[in-house]
Structure formats: C-alpha cells, structure tokens
Design a protein around this ligand. Structure first.
Ligand code: UT7
Length: 329
C-alpha cells in the first residue's frame, strides 16, 4: 500500500508595515544599536500598530496568500492548525476565527501552543493527518503579535521580539515532503520563558496588572545556553537518523531567536553560512512565524528535491527538527 506524503504546496506571509528600529528602542529603554546587533543580529522588527488588528489578522493574510500560492481553494482544506502564544482570546481558538474568515468551510480548526517550536509541532501534526489518509489538505499557520505581550520597559526582552505570520498549505503527494521529525519537551523549566498571568494560576486582577505579570518574562542567559545546545543537538539527531551529511543538505531553516544560536547550530552541523536561511536582522524573533517567514523569503531559491532541515527551540521548554524534501516546482 502506498503511503501518502505530506508536501508543502504553497507558502504565504503577513508582515505589518510599521518598522521598529533599534534607534527608536533607544528612546524607550537603556540600549543601543551596537549592543542589539552584536548580541542578537537584529536591526529592526515589524509591529502591528493597529489596535483593531490581532494575531488572527496576521494568520488570515498569511493563510490566504499560501492558498493562492498552492492554487488551492479554502473550501478544500480539511484542517486549520494555528501555532501561536498570542491568541486573540484565551478561547475560542484563533484558528476557528481564521477558518471562518478565509472560508475553509469544511475544515476543523485548533490552536497549538508550543512557543517558538509551535510551527514545527503544527507542521508535523498536519503532516501526520495527511500521511494517515485522514486529510488531503491542511493549512498550517504560525503567527504571533508579540508586541501584545512584550514589556517595552524591559530592555532584556523588548529588543528581541517582533510581529508576523507565516503559513503553508500541506497536501498529499506521492514522494518527498516531510520525511522525518524529532520533537522534545522539558516542562519543568517552564518559568525560564513564560507569561506569568492570564491563565488559571494567576487570573487577571489589579495586582497582576500592577506587577506587569501579563508581559512575557525570560531568563535570557539560561534560555540562550539551552537553545544553543538544544537546537544543534536536535539538528544533528535528525541528520544522523537519516544518514544526512552536510553536503546532502541544501538549506538549514532555523528559528530566528538570536544570530549567535543560529551560527552555533550551523557550525555543529558542519554547514556553510551560505546554506543557512537568516532574516532575523529585519524581523527579530516572531516566535511561531520565523520558520514559514524564512521559507517565504527563500522560496524563489528553493529547487525541487532540495533537502531542508528545519530546527527550532523555545518556551516550554520545547525543541525539534524536521527533515523535509521540497517538492514544489
Ligand atoms: O525564541 C525563544 C527562545 N529565546 C531565545 O533563544 C533567546 C535566548 N537568549 C538570548 O538571545 C540572549 O540571552 C539575550 C539576547 C536575551 C541577552 O544576550 P546576552 O548576551 O545573553 O546578554 P546578558 O543577559 O548576559 O547580559 C549582558 C549585559 C548585562 O549587563 P551587565 O550585567 O553585564 O552589566 C545586561 O544587563 O548586557 C545587558 N543588557 C543590555 N544592554 C544593552 C541586557 N539587555 C540589554 C540591552 N541593551 N537590550
């Protein structure tokens, strides 16, 4: 019996127009362009300023563009999976709002929470649905309006994050597509990177607002250490499991959290920098959107049959890697 393969048939993105530069951040916190660029690789990030627009807006625009790129009508989609840590509401799922707005009438829709690893977790969840034969076409979206939870008085986090959305259409194919994946989680380190209030541990109160507990908090140094090890380890793990050498890999598609983490991962994999997708300089860390935003920016350079390794690390802690063959002509 032939097994369905889950291939990427279309890619889309949404980036807000407003560009928040390092120079502008200098007005809000004690920082400077030189520190931000040398410690993170970031020069600017996009911010969704319009108060009427939320994560669903970024997701919807990215999804519509991915559908058009794939030549797929929304009514053909079996499932919508949206990775995000900045949903429009705690519930209902933002994916359901997007499903309605794009007209994916027969799809069921749900959000997936795995922070910066969210897109990879969502991609492989959608891939498994297709491989099992239960679904033929799945929309996978990573979108985050990080500016909604970033504390612009905290210089250790506000310089890093930006807003954005990316999406892919997965569809059943005969060969290639998602070949393998490895995911890991370590929940006892949750407080290394988290949003303390708004959930059922610390429901919203005047005290949580006064104490700025609805903003994200990060132990940057500890996360940096774990991310540098974790992203490289899991990328090597997927290479070894699939007998891939650096020469076999056309592109590394890394989560864009810090240029130093990306460089360390590429080094451990033995990859030249020319084979690494890097756009952190312009967008910063858009959490669930970084990987589809890379795929979008590089789609004209990708060739049929290219071997890609996608790799991410984030809050949870969560991390993972995906080996896929690019089958889009
Ligand atoms: O995507 C999800 C996963 N997240 C990550 O992977 C992020 C991981 N962490 C990082 O990328 C880095 O740890 C940061 C970019 C957050 C921080 O860089 P760092 O090189 O680890 O800096 P540090 O925390 O060791 O701080 C070094 C110094 C400190 O000053 P002192 O104590 O040495 O005087 C900080 O107070 O830099 C200071 N500092 C800043 N200075 C200027 C921290 N933030 C800033 C800033 N501007 N924005």
């Amino acid at each position: 019996m032939s097994v369905n393969r889950a291939i990427i048939a279309g890619v889309g993105r949404c980036l807000p127009d407003y560009i928040l530069t390092n120079d502008e951040l200098e007005k809000y916190v004690d920082t400077n362009d030189e520190w931000i660029r040398s410690r993170t690789g970031i020069s600017e990030r996009r911010i969704l300023k319009d108060p009427d627009k939320a994560t669903s807006y970024l997701a919807e625009k990215a999804a519509l563009e991915a559908l058009e790129d794939a030549g797929v009508d929304a009514s053909e989609i079996d499932a919508v999976i949206l990775a995000t840590v900045t949903p429009d509401y705690m519930f209902p799922a933002t994916a359901a709002l997007v499903q309605k707005r794009i007209g994916a009438t027969k799809a069921f829709a749900f959000d997936l929470s795995a922070a910066c690893s969210g897109f990879l977790y969502a991609l492989t969840t959608g891939g498994n649905m297709i491989e099992s034969g239960r679904a033929q076409k799945v929309l996978v979206i990573g979108a985050d309006k990080m500016s909604a939870i970033v504390d612009y008085t905290d210089r250790t986090t506000c310089v890093i994050f930006g807003d954005g959305g990316g999406a892919v259409v997965l569809e059943a194919g005969d060969e290639g597509g998602i070949i393998d994946y490895v995911h890991h989680s370590e929940g006892d380190e949750a407080c290394m990177l988290y949003q303390p209030a708004g959930g059922s541990v610390n429901p919203a109160s005047s005290e949580t607002v006064e104490n700025r507990m609805h903003f994200l908090r990060q132990d940057g140094k500890s996360v940096f250490k774990r991310a540098t090890e974790g992203m490289a380890d899991v990328s090597l793990e997927i290479m070894e499991r699939n007998n891939l050498t650096a020469d076999d890999i056309a592109w590394l598609v890394p989560h864009q959290a810090n240029l130093r983490i990306i460089d360390a991962t590429a080094r451990r994999m033995g990859l030249d920098k020319e084979k690494v997708m890097i756009n952190i300089s312009h967008y910063g860390n858009t959490t669930a959107a970084t990987i589809p935003l890379c795929l979008y920016d590089w789609k004209e350079k990708l060739n049929y049959g290219d071997n890609l390794v996608l790799s991410a690390f984030g809050g949870g802690l969560t991390w993972g890697a995906v080996y896929l063959k690019w089958m889009k002509k």
